[in-house]
Design a protein around this ligand. Structure first.
Ligand code: GLU
Length: 309
């Protein structure tokens, strides 16, 4: 048994598709971060988006991560945590923070560029009240009115995430028009309820962190320590895009055994000096973030995975 006050981390993949090399890298880094501290780590399968998530992706994700050599203190489907999500929405509604919003992406286009590359939402509908039936009765999107404060935030790796989220990103959607409870809210609720005190995840999510910090504040939840790591990119049309879907776990498993694949990813991360087979457990004792590369890496797949130095 690990002590109740041990560090707790999580790996939280969306079950929208097969695991790919970037999934395995992110899982490995989150797992090593916690395991070398002797802490607990939870696999949380983010399965709320019924338009994109599938149960068979979740089953395969669990199997692929186990094959790769990662183990979890707990595995949880996010959809089973619904009561906590609803309670958080009730609390935000009671505090007068929720409002319906019918604005579309097209309404935002041409406005202010958000730090995540999208268009910021200019908080147009802030003054609209919830209907008598509350947030559950809204058939449009529901947003949460953030404080207009600036969040000063540098993550553990030195990445400056400071922002004024209400201005730079806009009030986030907490319930989508199709009824799906949205990522920014549920991630904060689930990390808080799960006692997660270390969040290790890819740099693509870094622009959302300040928004999540303001949501924690509204919900009275503690702020975990954040660290955002480098990404695997793929060459696509002359530029590099986040590696996704180009090669899935089935193809990887058909070509590499788990230790060989772990060696390729660990080497790309800077954790070992030469590409050689290893298991995640072999890397725990020597793990330190000081070794982990900060620069994104480019991965290519012909009939095997190669990651540029
Ligand atoms: N489900 C999110 C993703 O797969 C997780 C983001 C996070 O770690 O906070 O990108």
């Amino acid at each position: 048994m690990r002590p109740a006050d041990a560090t707790c981390g999580r790996f939280a993949p969306s079950t929208t598709g097969e695991a790919h090399p970037g999934t395995l890298l992110a899982a490995l880094l989150a797992w090593l971060d916690v395991r070398h501290r002797g802490g607990r780590i939870v696999l949380r399968l983010e399965d709320l988006d019924h338009t994109r998530c599938r149960a068979d992706h979740a089953t395969r994700m669990i199997d692929d991560l186990a094959w790769f050599g990662l183990d979890w203190d707990q595995t949880v489907d996010q959809s089973t945590l619904r009561a906590g999500h609803e309670a958080a929405l009730d609390a935000l509604a009671a505090a007068g923070r929720l409002y319906p919003c019918a604005c579309t992406r097209a309404d935002r286009a041409g406005g202010r560029r958000a730090p995540d590359g999208g268009w910021a939402y200019p908080n147009t509908c802030r003054d609209r009240p919830l209907p008598a039936g509350g947030w559950r009765a809204v058939s449009e999107a529901v947003r949460v009115r953030l404080d207009d404060d600036r969040v000063d935030l540098v993550d553990e790796g030195g990445l400056d995430l400071s922002q004024t989220p209400a201005l730079e990103m806009g009030d986030p959607v907490v319930k989508r028009r199709d009824g799906v409870l949205a990522y920014q809210l549920v991630v904060v609720v689930d990390d808080g309820a799960g006692g997660v005190d270390r969040v290790v995840r890819g740099r693509d999510i870094a622009p959302s962190t300040a928004t999540q910090v303001l949501l924690q504040r509204l919900l009275g939840l503690p702020r975990p320590t954040y660290r955002h790591h480098f990404l695997l990119l793929e060459p696509r049309g002359g530029k590099h895009a986040k590696l996704h879907g180009s090669v899935g776990a089935a193809a990887l498993r058909g070509r590499h055994d788990a230790a060989a694949l772990c060696g390729i990813l660990a080497h790309a991360a800077g954790l070992i000096d030469r590409v050689e087979p290893c298991r995640p457990a072999d890397l725990v004792a020597g793990f330190t973030w000081d070794r982990v590369t900060r620069a994104d890496r480019v991965a290519t797949w012909t009939d095997h995975l190669e990651i540029s130095p």
